[in-house]
Write a protein that binds this ligand. Structure first.
Ligand code: HEC
Ligand code: HEC
Ligand code: HEC
Ligand code: HEC
Ligand code: HEC
Length: 400
């Protein structure tokens, strides 16, 4: 019997084999999160915990996305990766993506691979002495990304990651803006990357970039990847805007803050929102700089003021308890995020002394952590202090 998607070890090319001719693409990919998908120091502890708690049930499931070559060449299990060859360790690599023949359904990696001499891509023209080329429509579509960026719990059906489904229902799908149009371009607002994909190839009006930046500033900072850190920051800052209004009330003042998603093709935050956090920090000072009100501040412990409203998603397990463990997700207990081209409104009632009515300085910041401090603590990685990234800020002077 022919087994679908099962191949001999070595069936997929090592990315070094592509680097000689596709240098620039290789450089970009090699610091992208796709490259790190298996070795990722935040993924590994979560994955190993899942494996222990489920007695190995999750090994292949998680591996399908985080080590697709390993799963397709029977190098997983065991979960510790001790059977991995050099290619399998490279996470979501060139030859995994460019030998996908079909996306059966854009969820839980339901794709068919066809590794070999034919590399599939968006153009299907050009000459390479190393491989044949084939135009592949699926590579030009969001569903290609959706195969992995849409995760449903295999037994409970709880939606773990909904980036693709959310994009598909949103305004960007309708206007035809794909994942590739925002994540495979030089950066927010720059659509074209003219040049050659290989020194042997032809001049093209756009060569898709392979940095795949998202919100992982903290991760790239830890890896020492300066440029990738900046790219991630640019993405976060392109995503949101704030609008703040102040009104006098009997007790003092009410602030109404509109948080707008102006740049992301999906909700913000998206992806592993059960370990991420986004929130508003509000500070009011008087003309002398005395702080009259704060909320959403980061405490000494590096945890955020618990009374804050967070934008993220929280799971409930079988016993009805809240849990950050995706493998225990039975249902969604809480999900507050900001839809593409949509907004959320938060009001803050601020009590003020009667004499504090003039020259008030209001600062509102939208802050983001790609991993909450709670999640970092739970992963047990010593000494992690997760920084917050400012996505947007609004300042106003108020006289009531
Ligand atoms: C996550 C999947 C993924 C990975 C990993 C990946 N690519 Fe791509 N690549 C794509 C997609 C999708 C496109 C087409 C994008 C589009 O249509 O805008 C593409 C486009 C290309 C192109 C076509 C450029 C052109 O304009 O003709 C080349 C060449 C290429 N990739 C090579 C590589 C190499 C080499 C690597 C590894 C260093 C790599 N890719 C890794 C998904 C991937
Ligand atoms: C000996 C050089 C060479 C090597 C090695 C090489 N390529 Fe290419 N590749 C090319 C050239 C040349 C083109 C055509 C570029 C052009 O004209 O735009 C190309 C085009 C591509 C395309 C575009 C196909 C399309 O439809 O647009 C993909 C995808 C691709 N290569 C993937 C890979 C992968 C993956 C590897 C490693 C397993 C690899 N290449 C190794 C030279 C090479
Ligand atoms: C084989 C599965 C797979 C495919 C196909 C895939 N991705 Fe990913 N992607 C991942 C995984 C896994 C990660 C996270 C790796 C990690 O952090 O450990 C990731 C990370 C990312 C990130 C980085 C997010 C951050 O927090 O910085 C972006 C952006 C991204 N992918 C976009 C895309 C786009 C666009 C496509 C389609 C062209 C695509 N991906 C196709 C599996 C995939
Ligand atoms: C209109 C542009 C746009 C489109 C279309 C788009 N994204 Fe994004 N994406 C962004 C921006 C901006 C961010 C940064 C904000 C953030 O991290 O939430 C982002 C963040 C991400 C992240 C990081 C997760 C996070 O919250 O940090 C992933 C993963 C991702 N996108 C995947 C995708 C996939 C998959 C698609 C297609 C289904 C897609 N994006 C479509 C603009 C876009
Ligand atoms: C169908 C694909 C898929 C499966 C299955 C999957 N993941 Fe992921 N995982 C992703 C994608 C895509 C991302 C990146 C999302 C983002 O950046 O927002 C990711 C990111 C992560 C991250 C965050 C890494 C970081 O650096 O922020 C962790 C941790 C993680 N996954 C753990 C797991 C575990 C544990 C399992 C198995 C129980 C698993 N994943 C199964 C697709 C998958």
């Amino acid at each position: 019997m022919v087994k679908i998607n099962q191949f001999e070890g070595g069936a997929f090319d090592h990315p070094d084999n592509c680097a000689a001719c596709h240098q620039e693409i290789h450089d970009a990919w090699s610091k992208s999160k796709h490259r790190y998908a298996w070795e990722d120091p935040f993924y590994q502890p979560d994955y190993l915990l899942a494996s222990r708690e489920t007695e190995g049930f999750t090994d292949i499931f998680c591996g399908e996305c985080h080590a697709p070559v390993a799963v397709r060449t029977q190098q997983l299990p065991p979960p510790d990766g001790s059977l991995f060859d050099a290619t399998a360790k490279k996470g979501v690599s060139c030859d995994y993506c460019h030998t996908v023949k079909e996306v059966v359904e854009p969820v839980n990696v339901k794709t068919i691979s066809d590794p070999g001499r034919i590399k599939r891509g968006p153009r299907g023209e050009g000459e390479s002495p190393y491989h044949e080329m084939m135009f592949s429509k699926v590579h030009t579509e969001s569903a290609f990304c959706g195969a992995c960026h849409n995760v449903v719990h295999p037994t409970s059906g709880a939606v773990v990651i909904d980036t693709f489904a959310d994009w598909e229902e949103g305004p960007y799908a309708k206007e035809g803006t794909r994942c590739q149009d925002c994540h495979m371009t030089p950066g927010p607002g720059v659509e074209k990357n003219p040049g050659k994909s290989s020194f042997m190839g032809s001049e093209r009006d756009h060569v898709p970039t392979h940095f795949f930046p998202g919100g992982s500033v903290f991760f790239q900072q830890r890896e020492g990847n300066e440029r990738e850190m900046e790219l991630a920051k640019e993405m976060l800052q392109a995503a949101a805007e704030l609008e703040t209004e102040a009104h006098a009330t009997q007790e003092g003042m009410e602030l109404v803050v509109k948080v707008k998603n102006v740049g992301a093709g999906h909700k913000i935050p998206t992806g592993v929102t059960y370990i991420r956090k986004m929130w508003l920090e509000v500070t009011v000072t008087n003309g002398q700089g005395k702080v009259l009100h704060t909320s959403g501040q980061v405490k000494e412990s590096n945890h955020v003021d618990p009374d804050t409203i967070f934008y993220h998603k929280v799971f409930r397990d079988e016993e009805g308890n809240l849990t950050p463990k995706s493998w225990l997700a039975e249902e969604i207990a809480y999900d507050r995020r900001i839809p593409a081209k949509g907004h959320d409104v938060q009001s803050f009632s601020i009590a003020l002394d009667e004499n504090e009515t003039t020259d008030l300085q209001v600062t509102v910041r939208l802050l983001y952590r790609s991993m909450s401090q709670e999640a970092a603590d739970q992963l047990g990685i010593d000494g992690i202090k997760v920084p917050e990234i400012e996505m947007a800020r609004s300042e106003l002077s108020v006289t009531l």
